[in-house]
Design a binder for this molecule. Sequence first.
Ligand code: GDP
Length: 467
Amino acid sequence: MAKNRGKSAPQRPTQRAAPQRAGRPIVAIVGRPNVGKSALFNRLAGARLAIVDNTPGVTRDRLYADARVYGRDYVLVDTGGLDPESEDPLKQSIAAQVHVALAEADVVICVLDGTAEPMPADREAVRLLRQSQVPVLHVANKIDNSNLSHQAKALYRLGMSDLHEVSALHGHGTGDLEQALSRALPASSDDEPSEEAAASEPTPPKIAIVGRPNAGKSSLVNRLLGEQRQIVDERPGTTVDSVDALYERDGDPLVLIDTAGIRRKRAVEGGLETLAVLQAIRAVERCDTVVLLVDATLGASQQDARIAGLAIERGRGLCLVLNKIDLLKPEQRDAALKKAKDVFAFAPWAPTKRISARTGQGVSALMKQVRTVTANRSKRIPTGEVNRFFEEILSHHPPPTSGGRSVRLYYVTQVRAAPPVFMVSTNHPDRVHFSYQRYVANQLRERFGFEGTPVVVHYRSHDKKRA
Ligand code: GDP
């Protein structure tokens, strides 16, 4: 229940819509441990979690998820849990969480325990959030039934002008919270620019350079841009995106989304790891190809695997990069590559490049690869050509029968590019075995050169297609 009891409290622009930014908006949940952040996260993300968890090979802990409110898609992030490699979950202070959320999120949800006296960390969070321009929703959680409502009273003394009393566990009050959230989201932006729009207004492909802190992102961007750094986007209200830079060497221009540059500008203290994840999420949302930098001396982390998984879910091109190769002996280089292949085993089609941003070794080969991947992602295969190949596949390796029924695949068309999506018409869409689906996708990838891009193949009932 949203209540406006704090009439005397200082008024803040809680419902002001954030400036419009490209990609899905990011909603960050902050709060001290044990207030029920993950319960609220699960409640808001709801059934969508199941979809997100499906990415093959990526064990996704639930720290960010696709969510939808009133028809708007957004990315929900549990900011408190984003740094799984920090041994001490409390290490990440509330101030760091809040700073990171304010730097990168479009809306912040601050969760408080509605059944407890506010603690110093709660006061600090509310105080820091009060100064922000980002819309903030305050939540008194654990109000499992209306009898408990009086317990939230203590929280009103913190002086926020809104407080949504909810039970994340049971769902009470979350409808009102979602309504408030939908109002707080930034005005709908170019979530998924249509292909028509892309065709009429050609813009250079966007390349997101992401990775953990110190992976060498700035070093790479500096090497690529040198002194000729040119800021692409300086429109007011798009400050977050203002470190996009144009890269114009060896061919058509590319826009580099330099997430490290964002960090420098904002000089956020603490929570660097978390910030890097949030920036990566945002950059993945609005790019064509992801260049994921890994410090080769440390190897790839689960966090890196999650970002790669997100890139695949979003249908982005993916280049994996082992940086700082100059610090490794030749025999260590092969071991590093093998290790990376293991971590990213769910995307064997993503090229892995070894570079040194410091010496420049491998950098131009990397950029060549980035261009190839980006082009592969936009390729369109004529229907005749793809069907001729499909017939070959079927004659060599027809789909296995399923439950005694023969599965027929009739024809295939590419229905979309960037990323490539194919539609196969069949008599039994539900009976095409997963391993056979993978076989078909791999065959298409090999034959038509889709290295570095996810390839999506849907199966549709023959009759429906005709209808
Ligand atoms: P970012 O946080 O990802 O932007 O990382 P930086 O570009 O700031 O690099 C972190 C540190 O690693 C800096 O001290 C860099 O000089 C160093 N570094 C980056 N790339 C390389 C490399 O290829 N070789 C070596 N030896 N050091 C590197």
